[in-house]
Design a protein around this ligand. Structure first.
Ligand SMILES: [Zn+2]
Length: 115
């Protein structure tokens, strides 16, 4: 009985090792993908998570927002800046017909919170 438990314990430890290693490999893969994406210009379609992260960044006072490429200080642009809104199809200006089909990949990642 004792020997069986030992064998089972050894087997379970091996299973845990393999699962842990696979999890580490998956995390490493994801990190590599994110690092690569950060340096690229990202074109739509953007995922709901990317759209949410981009719009959160637009509201972050510590960052410069993406703004309208037309005359963003005319009377139509009532916010005075033409701050763009992210959609799955790219940036749209809420005040005119300006569209922008790219963002910096780094801006699609939410900042790490302290939770
Ligand atoms: Zn505009």
């Amino acid at each position: 009985m004792r020997r069986r438990r030992t064998v089972l314990g050894y087997f379970m430890a091996k299973v845990r090792d393999v699962l842990f290693q696979r999890k580490m490999e998956a995390m490493a893969d994801r990190c590599a993908q994110e690092i690569e994406a950060m340096g690229n210009l990202l074109r739509p379609p953007w995922t709901p998570e990317q759209v949410e992260a981009l719009n959160a960044a637009q509201r972050d006072p510590s960052r410069h927002p993406y703004t309208c490429g037309n005359n963003r200080t005319d009377a139509r642009h009532t916010d005075g800046e033409g701050v763009l809104v992210a959609t799955p199809d790219g940036w749209v200006c809420p005040f005119c017909d300006y569209r922008q089909p790219w963002c910096h990949g780094a801006d699609t990642f939410r900042p790490v919170s302290g939770e």
